[in-house]
Design a protein around this ligand. Sequence first.
Ligand code: FE2
Length: 270
Amino acid sequence: MAGLNPSQLQKFREDGFLVLEGFLSADECVAMQQRIGEIVAKMDVPLHCRTEFSTQEEEQIRAQGSTDYFLSSGDKIRFFFEKGVFDKKGNFLVPPEKSVNKIGHALHAYDPVFRSITHSPKVQQPHLGGEVTPHQDATFLYTEPLGRVLGIWLALEDATLENGCLWFIPGSHTSGVSRRMVRAPAGSASGISFLGSEPDRDNSLFVPTPVRRGALVLIHGEVVHKSEQNLSARSRQAYTFHLMDTSGTVWSPENWLQPTAELPFPPLYT
Ligand code: FE2
């Protein structure tokens, strides 16, 4: 990836996010979408693992902490679903390929198509287009010092106001981290708990960020962002993962996502 020019860098530092249109070619987007189509077609999710993806605190504890499906997904390819796609017995109410909110968290490690994009000289989890409530990535991926985590969000399709584009509060990356999701001590009923709370955000401060297919959105680890539920007929697939500057950085041992012996965090530069 060619470096950012000085005005792009300045914009990122001011806003906490930056859009780079035309980062991926249409062919690269199509290759990832086809691969996701194949993965979803073969998806086999046990009934008890039919978990809706949520960034709402209570739902996270209930849906993610009550099973270890989420907590042990860091080194696996697993599926997380939109709300309302299952009946009470866990049967699909919509076509399975329309039910997925997110596939995580190790496509970058195990799937050849995603591995090659993640490790391409151009630069973990495809969002297929669901609602993500206002948050900072540092809530989930906490480091000391802060400011070492960068979100990479690649639009595989046009992301619009109608189908769930990203929204940001520009400049919100400078006021610390409001809330942290931490692993609960061993033996707790719930696998995770929260420190602090998400303040009520003034909705009028959010700026929509529609982008074209192939765009790269850089997301500062502390900038407040969200996406609305996609109620349109068009999907909004994106491939997103995070990079950490490891130099002098401590990855919080309380983060839900931990490197394992089988799957350490892969270095970008080898
Ligand atoms: Fe995020």
